[in-house]
Every structure is written in C-alpha cells, then in structure tokens.
Ligand binder design. Structure first.
Ligand code: SF4
Length: 395
C-alpha cells in the first residue's frame, strides 16, 4: 500500500496545556529510544550523515524522526496505526497515546536535473529542511579514523546519492523544495577533507549558492578548520548558522568512536566555536552531542553547559545506529538516560536565554532528531529558580 497524503501543517500542541506538551516531549524521547513499529510505508532514510533509519512524521503536531526499520524496533511497545477516519495515531499496546500525521513524499523528488540526476539524489527533504551532504566522501571513511556512528559511505555505495553536489544543482533543488514542498531552510553538511579547511569552504560555497537562489536560511556543517580564518570566510558568504560537531564531551569515548576527530582534541572544538560565535552570533553555532556511546553523564552535561555559556547550542540526540555503520548492532540509549541529560541541559539553555527557536537554520532549528526542543517548550524548567527539570518516572 502506498500512502498518498497531502502536505499537512504541523498542528500545535494544545496551547497552554503544559502537561500535554510535557507528555509529548517524553513520548518523543521514548519513540527515539525504542522506535516505532509501522505497518505502512513511511518516508524514511536508511543511511547517510544525517538522520538515518529515520521515519519522519508529526506526533501531536511536533515534527520528529524516529527509528522504524532497525531490528530492535520489532520489540518496541509503540506502533503507528491507521484510524477509522483515515488519520493516524501512535499506540502503546491498545492505548492510543498520540495523534500522528505522516510526512508526504516531497513533490520535488519527481524532478531531475538537465543531466538526468534525480533531485532526491542531490538533496533530501527532512520534514521542512532541504538537506544534503555536499561531499559524500570523507578523509576518515574506510580507514582507522572512521567515525563509528557515521553512514556517509553507505548511502553512496548503495547508489542513493552522488559523490559531489555542485552549488548550482543544490541551488536548483533548494528552489524546488521551497516552492513545491515548503522547505523553510537548508542544512548542508560535508565529509571532512584532507585540506586545512576540512571542507568548510566548499560547503560554504554551496550554502552561498542556495541562499542566493532560494533565499532560504542556511546552516553549513564542517570540522574545525586548522586555519580559523576559514570560519570568517564562511561567514562572509552570508551563511546563517554553522554546525561544528564534537559528537561527545567524553574524551575516552571520542577517541574510541571517532579517532579522526579525537586527533584534534575536544579543546579544538571550543577554540573553533569561540571564533564561530564571534562571526555568527550566540545561538547560531551548534554541535551534535550524541548520547548512548558509553559516555560519562557528568562530563556530558558539563561540556554542554560550557558550550552554552559561550553561545553554542548543544544539539543533544540519542544514538541512532546507522545500518551499515560500525555501530549498526548497537541500540539507542534508554529513554531515562536521555531524559536525564535533557533535564539538566534545558534549564541551562533557559538560564542563558538560548532556545532552539532562536537558531536560524539547520539541525538545532529543526530539532526533529531530538526531544530537547520539545522539552524546552514543555515546562519552563527555570521558573521559580529551578536548575533542573523535575524527573518523572513511568510512561
Ligand atoms: S568526519 Fe566522521 S561523521 Fe563526519 S563524515 Fe567523516 S566519518 Fe562521517
């Protein structure tokens, strides 16, 4: 069966219903840890450098990506089911726990370039963000430096993308994604290159072309360049936000899961972020922080707080084991462990006046791969001077 669902506007969580928003935030976190069983074809990715094994949908109007196809999902208590009126809902056993709507197949996926390359091989639509890995190769891939959580070479080997996207074709696809499917920003990442800029200049030029043609806010992501002036040059291209991703604040874990990145050391990320915040502004610089790789919780939270204090948004996500990656046999971390970190990071974000709503473009703006943004909106953890969100146990 193929779903033909018209695009739907995300529905807001019930206004003023703090408890409901909080319940939704907890449900999203649970779904991202345990997965969602689906009995219908759902738009999903199975590889790449972004959200892999990612069913894309709206739960109570909140955009989210959840694991749907990995083996462990078969034992998830959560299932997506059709309702009698043609709508969708998330069930836990026989209990209906939330409404759901599915991301439709983007219309621009039917288009091709003048050279016959399907637009979807150039950039995918991640809910409302047009996203691409502009260089689908990485200096670390296929050798001892490969990041264990990454699937950048998997998608390429499977023929689901092309190795190098040009600024012109990315701009062409972004315009179509904006006009046909309502893309609101562009998220561009790149494999790391064996050059001093680590690929930052090329992904920057791609972002510049997208911004000039489509007028969309653009985030570009790259490794810390050895020459920090590269960050200034990327800013001069008119890019809105940048992602420079340390992945974990636990140095032992970084050395084990990302030896290439670990070679620069975690301090190199703080140094690059400092320059990036100066050029792009507080809140427009972000880092992925992946949970579930064996990291120390205290180091993780301390690292997030230090990043926040300097104006960097820590985009905390649960590990999503990528099929074909070195971590494909792992499980996402338990919901409780993920929530425990969210509950310490969100109040510090609030304390510093930083929210995902203030991020102009990219993963931290979208928030679909994390429950962090939903927790931000759910409780106001620092009201009455709290420094952590209250911890609830149970479903
Ligand atoms: S640096 Fe690591 S995460 Fe980034 S593309 Fe290369 S292997 Fe993947």
């Amino acid at each position: 069966m193929t779903l033909a669902i018209p695009p739907t506007e995300p529905r807001p969580v019930v206004p003023g219903a703090v408890t409901d928003a909080h319940t939704v935030a907890r449900l999203l976190t649970a779904l991202q840890s345990e997965g969602l069983r689906v009995e219908v074809p759902l738009s999903a990715r199975v590889g790449g450098a972004g959200p892999a094994d990612a069913g894309m949908l709206y739960v109570e109007g909140v955009q989210t990506t959840v694991p749907t196809s990995a083996a462990y999902v078969a034992s998830s208590p959560y299932a997506l089911r059709g309702e009698d009126d043609g709508s969708w809902a998330v069930y836990r056993g026989t209990d209906r726990v939330a409404s759901a709507s599915l991301a439709p197949r983007p219309r621009y996926y039917d288009l091709t370039t003048e050279h016959g390359i399907p637009y979807w091989k150039i950039a995918l639509l991640h809910l409302d963000s047009v996203a691409s890995t502009v260089l689908q190769t990485c200096a670390y891939w296929g050798n001892d430096d490969q990041c264990a959580f990454c699937g950048i070479g998997v998608t390429l080997a499977a023929g689901r993308t092309i190795a190098k996207k040009t600024p012109a074709t990315l701009a062409e696809v972004a315009v179509a994604a904006r006009d046909l499917d309502g893309a609101v920003d562009a998220t561009l990442t790149t494999g790391s290159t064996a050059t001093p800029d680590r690929g930052a200049m090329y992904v920057g030029r791609c972002g510049e072309a997208v911004k000039q043609s489509a007028g969309l806010p653009v985030q570009v992501q790259f490794e810390p360049p050895s020459d920090l002036d590269v960050i200034d040059r990327v800013a001069d291209m008119g890019i809105d936000s940048v992602g420079i991703h340390v992945e974990t604040f636990d140095p032992d874990v970084l050395a084990r899961v990302a030896p290439g990145k670990a070679r620069w050391g975690i301090e190199a990320y703080f140094t690059a972020w400092e320059r990036a915040v100066r050029m792009f502004g507080a809140g427009q610089v972000s880092t992925y922080v992946i949970l579930g790789m064996g990291e120390d919780e205290k180091l993780t939270v301390e690292g997030c707080k230090r990043a926040i204090d300097m104006g960097v948004y820590p985009f905390v996500v649960p590990l999503r084991p990528v099929p074909g990656s070195l971590m494909e046999d792992l499980l996402p971390p338990p919901r409780e462990a993920v929530e425990a970190v969210y509950r310490q990071v969100v109040p510090h974000l609030e304390k510093r006046g930083m929210t995902s709503a203030g991020v102009t473009a990219g993963c931290a703006r979208c928030q679909a791969c994390s429950g962090l943004g939903a927790f931000e909106r759910s409780d106001g953890g620092l009201r009455e001077g709290r420094t952590t969100l209250p911890l609830f146990v149970g479903a």
